[in-house]
Design a protein around this ligand. Structure first.
Ligand SMILES: [Zn+2]
Length: 260
């Protein structure tokens, strides 16, 4: 009896003295991700993670919805669904996602961006600003954008097509002089398969009436906030779709078709 009490006391102490754990640090430099980009690429679209779970793990992020029904934008603790018909709706806690990345946004750096004619040159500017490409970053870009080109994808029917085919049915919208926020992440190349390597951006207008996956943009003046992440919590779907999925192949070409 005495020995077991001693053991449990020792266990308790070791827990209390542990320097860090993923749960303790979740509000700091940790990303929380539902499923993987490879799973999405092969058509695993059954929503596995609820928005209640996402909210517990971040107030900023992007992703999609059950059956690939639109583009998700998380900003300042609110989550939005940008649908292929152009509407933007608030997301219910009970909604589920097959792929999302969130973080509690706490930028270390905020600075002004130089004017850029397109998304490619914006990415080059960002690459030059990042201290290293070897960490994950959450990025927020606020401004009035002279040009914004976004897309959204309609809900898919089973049997689900792969992401490249689903994205071929996307609706593309282009706007001018739109105030809003670009929400995004940069994933290191070594994390290919888990998330989209490089930049992935979604956009939402300040009035929350326009949103989607960012295909292109022009910037005159904008403010960048940069938040480095050194931890990744990956929540894999516990369903038969994911269990049976043919994962682990090189999906590089499909990725380019689907997300660029
Ligand atoms: Zn996207």
């Amino acid at each position: 009896m005495k020995t077991s009490r001693l053991i449990s006391l020792a266990a308790l102490l070791s827990l209390l003295l542990l320097p860090g754990c993923s749960h303790c640090n979740r509000k700091g430099d940790s990303l929380y991700q539902a499923s993987t980009i490879d799973a999405l690429l092969v058509g695993i679209y059954d929503g596995s993670t609820s928005f209640t779970d996402l909210r517990r793990n971040g107030d900023f992020g992007l992703g999609t919805f059950d059956a690939l029904d639109g583009e998700m934008i998380g900003l300042d603790g609110a989550f939005y669904q940008a649908k292929a018909d152009g509407t933007v709706l608030p997301v219910a806690d009970t909604a589920r996602t097959p792929f999302a990345v969130v973080k509690f946004f706490a930028p270390e750096t905020t600075l002004s961006l130089a004017a850029t004619p397109d998304l490619g040159s914006l990415m080059q500017q960002l690459d030059a600003l990042l201290p290293t490409p070897n960490y994950f970053y959450a990025l927020k870009i606020e401004g009035t954008f002279p040009v914004i080109k976004i897309r959204s994808v309609p809900a898919q029917q089973k049997p689900y097509p792969g992401l490249a085919e689903a994205a071929s049915r996307q609706t593309v919208f282009q706007f001018q002089a739109i105030p809003g926020t670009i929400v995004g992440f940069r994933t290191p190349d070594f994390a290919k398969g888990i998330n989209l390597p490089g930049y992935h951006f979604h956009f939402i207008s300040t009035d929350r009436n326009i949103g989607g996956h960012l295909l292109d943009c022009r910037i005159d003046t904008a403010r960048l906030s940069l938040d480095k992440a050194v931890e990744l919590h990956l929540a894999l779907p516990e369903n038969s779709e994911f269990s049976r999925g043919k994962l682990g192949r090189d999906h590089g070409r499909d990725l380019e078709k689907a997300e660029r």
